[in-house]
Design a protein around this ligand. Structure first.
Ligand code: SF4
Length: 252
């Protein structure tokens, strides 16, 4: 568990490390670069010894889960995902933020739960927010998967759901954000950053506003992008957390 400078959270917690690339947004993966720098393997590795770290989190904090991996990677066994969920549930006074590029695998964890037919047993923790990363127009299907697990096979029915448009590598066109609680927008950072056009970010902000979704403008990208709101164009100085009451009627 580490304190972090990521503006939308307070701590990172990595009960899993390592991953494999799945789409263009992974090309300059920070987690892989970090592993290489410190001569650590980037294989998917479970860290059960970290599950107990949740006991030390200050009440009211926000925690980004698996900043160095993807909890829904196919090499993470479903029974380990359930252990992560149990640890999360043990701290209802903390918000956990889980971000994936593999939302189609969100439901896999249920295979290791013997619920005796009790659907409540299968639900993901209410104090976890689930998000998908969408870097360009080609991966918008991830948003539909997230909505599927909230409203159709509603494992996430107690959870907030969000979309992280970071690193934003292209325009995303028209968006269906029905049922989405929050969007985060950011450019790519680091020595190989691919530039983000402001018009791409503005398009997302506009549609989020029209559809009643909270917006967190994280940064504009670059070698060392500052997260200082004052440095952003005035119309992009927006940092909101999800609205407390999502209007479910929007889906009807
Ligand atoms: S899914 Fe995330 S952690 Fe995994 S390779 Fe891609 S950017 Fe890295």
């Amino acid at each position: 568990m580490n304190r972090t400078g990521i503006s939308w959270t307070d701590f990172t917690w990595n009960p899993v490390s390592g991953c494999t690339k799945v789409s263009e947004g992974c090309k300059f993966c920070y987690a892989e670069a970090w592993s290489r720098r410190w001569h650590r393997p980037f294989e998917v590795t479970l860290h059960p010894e970290k599950l107990g770290e949740v006991r030390k989190i200050p009440p009211g904090s926000k925690v980004f889960v698996n900043s160095m991996s993807d909890l829904f990677h196919p090499k993470v066994p479903p029974n380990f995902t359930v252990k992560v969920f149990r640890a999360i549930e043990s701290r209802p006074d903390v918000t956990f933020q889980i971000l994936t590029k593999r939302p189609e695998l969100i439901g896999a964890y249920t295979s290791s739960i013997d619920s005796g037919g009790d659907f409540e047993e299968l639900l993901a923790p209410a104090n976890a927010w689930f998000g998908v990363s969408v870097e360009n127009i080609h991966h918008k299907d991830r948003i539909a998967w997230l909505r599927h697990f909230k409203y159709e096979w509603p494992l996430l029915q107690l959870s907030k759901i969000f979309v992280s448009f970071e690193p934003l590598l292209g325009g995303v066109g028209k968006l269906n954000l029905k049922g989405i609680d929050w969007v985060v927008i950011g450019g790519e950072s680091g020595p190989h950053h691919r530039p983000m056009k402001l018009e791409w970010a503005r398009n997302i902000v506009k549609q989020a506003k029209e559809q009643g979704v909270a917006v967190w403008m994280k940064q504009l990208g670059g070698m060392r992008p500052g997260g200082n709101l004052e440095d952003f164009p005035e119309d992009l100085r927006i940092r909101e957390f999800p609205h407390e009451m999502k209007v479910m009627e929007a889906l009807k």
